[in-house]
Design a binder for this molecule. Structure first.
Ligand SMILES: [Zn+2]
Length: 654
């Protein structure tokens, strides 16, 4: 029905024909993950989380909202205005999974949802169950906060997934019907305005990549150009910057406002650059990235320092306890950095993806795949109060035993689901000269290079071990370049090719560059420096001044109160950076983790005799007691019981 390109087979982003992409995405089916760290997580996502998501969407009223919109049941709409988007993200996750391997139960659940969406869609193409279930049908009356285009964007992305993963165009028909409807309403000589929550921009670009329909790309540009009118109402005390409407996209100099909105917008802008090559767009994104990386990024890859407005704070405003760090913001960061990587070929963006993935993002789902953090603090004090989601009723502010099953605003769980189900998409790319490996996982990678097939096998125990073995399975007919990212945390590495250690390493843009006339069965081995390290923070970050964190490979560690020798004293610990960090593998702990032990001491805060403040003239006795500090990966915290936790630990002072 549609003039499809050769998009079927690709993953969430297809830059194979994007004229300004330095790197081209590989076909989704050509990167297959083998047994290893991520396969375990992805299997839990596939076998548990997706079924669980179906039940939660039913329980929360998401499906009923569509049934009411379709007229098949009577009732009242439940939930936030953007409930439909939860279904679309969950459907996207299912598409990637059953595209990899069919599953009758998953297909059956998804088919029910697709039928509901089809039934709810109006003859003119419009679909949004919130608007359709109002007493009076009034679309597009609240662009600032109505989320209609946001929901449309998630529908488009799910449709793209169905088309690419399986060549199934049921959702694509629905999506294009809606996209055509939107095109008929919005545009340069039509209605002006854009959505208060960016998302539709990148989705429209992807819809263009699937269908070849240029009006979708033009509409994405139109919506991007509309931003910066300084007219959106904002949220509570936040004005237009909440929606990134305070500045035109090409004039952006800093990250501001609602973090997820900012990062979804950045993804769309970068996608537009990949298609149009407009330098002003890329320049703006480079400024935005610099501002984030230099002043607004948590060690966990978390973004959004403030609860208020779910927003970026000022430069260096990075509180560890009352931070926001929404799971969706870290996922959005990964999505945006992927596009920046595709645009630039620079490994620093893959570094940012890795930081977000192994820490902030992976901390969201519980190990059981049925509970999710929405907000990801870096510290929990007395385990008494933990804000779990935005704008929740007071009862949910108090600390639970574990992550909540679902959230009133359930944007994060299905976002994790769709990312995990499509994770192999982000491992590698190619260009005219060769293949680039960005993330490390055991996998089989296939690519058509210079007209011949090249196949690689990657074997690694990453992220627990730094040894990565790449074997050429099919070499192609002519020399090509294998580029392997050198992680920012491991500048010292050992490389050997066919058992011979290489001395002169060629490094470009954060990659180890190996150009050869490869032969089948050639073996490349890399040993990354993987010992646990102390990490310091910029002294301008007040909340972490005088503290150290522990990182091993890409994984940031934390202390959980329950693991320490003295319980309930996590506020009183100090760490000794002059003593070694000792790592040990514990296969029984938290589904298998590398534990890091440090030397430290407890400080006797009782010596303060109930004072918060005392004269600093005289030294105050602290009676230090030596102790071992036990650190576990931050991503696994709160899986035994949610209790005191901290990533940043004060340095030993006496
Ligand atoms: Zn979220």
């Amino acid at each position: 029905m549609f003039p499809h390109d050769k998009s079927t087979g690709f993953g969430p982003v297809n830059t194979s024909r994007s004229p300004h992409a330095r790197l081209k995405t590989l076909e989704f089916r050509n990167v297959l993950l083998n047994e290893g760290f991520w396969t375990k997580k992805i299997n839990i996502n596939r076998k548990t989380s997706l079924q669980f998501g179906f039940e939660m969407l039913e329980k929360a009223g998401n499906f009923d909202n569509l049934r009411i919109a379709a007229g098949s049941i009577n009732g009242t709409y439940r939930g936030y205005v953007f409930q439909d988007s939860d279904i679309y993200k969950w459907l996207e996750a299912i598409a990637w999974e059953i595209g990899k391997e069919p599953d009758k139960e998953l297909s059956s659940m998804a088919d029910q949802a697709i039928s509901l969406i089809a039934a709810a869609q109006r003859p003119d193409g419009y679909i949004n169950s919130y608007v359709q279930t109002r007493k009076v049908y009034q679309p597009w009356i609240d662009l600032d906060n109505g989320h209609e285009l946001y929901c449309a964007g998630h529908l488009f992305q799910a449709a793209v997934a169905y088309e690419r993963a399986m060549g199934d165009d049921r959702l694509l028909n629905i999506a294009c019907g809606f996209a055509n409807h939107i095109c008929s309403i919005f545009g340069p000589n039509k209605r002006h305005g854009t959505c208060g929550h960016p998302e539709v921009e990148m989705a429209l670009v992807e819809l263009f990549r699937v269908t070849g329909e240029s009006s979708y790309l033009e509409l994405a540009k139109f919506f991007i150009d509309q931003r910066g009118q300084n007219e959106m109402k904002g949220h509570r005390s936040y004005g237009p910057e909440y929606h990134q409407d305070h500045v035109q996209v090409r004039q952006v100099v800093e990250a501001a406002g609602h973090a997820v909105r900012q990062l979804y917008l950045a993804s769309g802008v970068t996608d537009l650059f990949l298609e149009t090559g407009e330098q002003a767009l890329l320049d703006a994104m480079l400024r935005l990235s610099k501002d984030i990386i230099e002043t607004k990024l948590y060690i966990t890859g978390g973004l959004g320092a403030r609860f208020d407005g779910e927003a970026f704070g000022d430069p260096y405003e990075l509180p560890t306890d009352q931070c926001y760090c929404e799971t969706c913001a870290a996922i959005a960061s990964l999505m945006w950095n992927w596009r920046m990587l595709l645009a630039s070929g620079e490994g620093r963006y893959a570094d940012q993806m890795e930081r977000a993935l192994y820490n902030n993002i992976l901390a969201s789902p519980a190990l059981d795949g049925q509970h999710y953090f929405y907000i990801n603090p870096l510290m929990l004090r007395e385990a008494k109060y933990l804000r779990l989601s935005t704008d929740l009723p007071p009862s949910e502010v108090f600390i639970p035993d574990q992550r909540p099953e679902w959230h009133d605003c359930a944007c994060c769980p299905p976002n994790v689901m769709r990312l995990f189900s499509s994770l192999s998409h982000y491992l590698a790319t190619h260009d005219a000269k060769g293949i680039q490996i960005h993330q490390f996982a055991s996998a089989d990678i296939e690519c058509d290079l210079k007209g011949t097939s090249v196949k690689l096998n990657v074997a690694t125990e990453y992220p627990w071990q730094g040894h990565i073995k790449l074997r050429i399975v099919e070499s192609g007919n002519s020399p090509w370049i294998l580029s392997i990212r050198i992680p920012e945390w491991s500048q010292n590495l050992i490389l050997s090719v066919n058992g011979n250690r290489a001395r002169d390493l060629r490094r470009e843009k954060g990659y180890l560059v190996l150009e050869r006339d490869w032969r089948a069965e050639d073996v490349i081995e890399i040993e990354l420096e993987m010992e646990a390290k102390f990490i310091a923070s910029n002294p301008r970050i007040d909340s972490t001044r005088g503290c150290l964190a522990i990182q091993r490979g890409p994984i940031v560690y934390c202390l959980e109160d329950g693991d320490q020798e003295t319980k309930g004293q996590l506020l009183d610990v100090e760490i000794d950076k002059n003593q070694p960090l000792i790592t040990s593998w514990d296969s029984d702990l938290l589904d298998g983790v590398m534990v890091v032990e440090a030397s430290g001491q407890f400080i006797d805060s009782e010596s303060w005799h109930g004072h918060l403040y005392q004269s600093a003239t005289f030294p105050i006795p602290v009676n230090p007691r030596t102790t071992r500090l036990v650190a576990v990966p931050y991503y696994a915290w709160g899986n035994r019981k949610i209790g005191g936790m901290r990533i940043w630990i004060p340095k030993k002072t006496v």
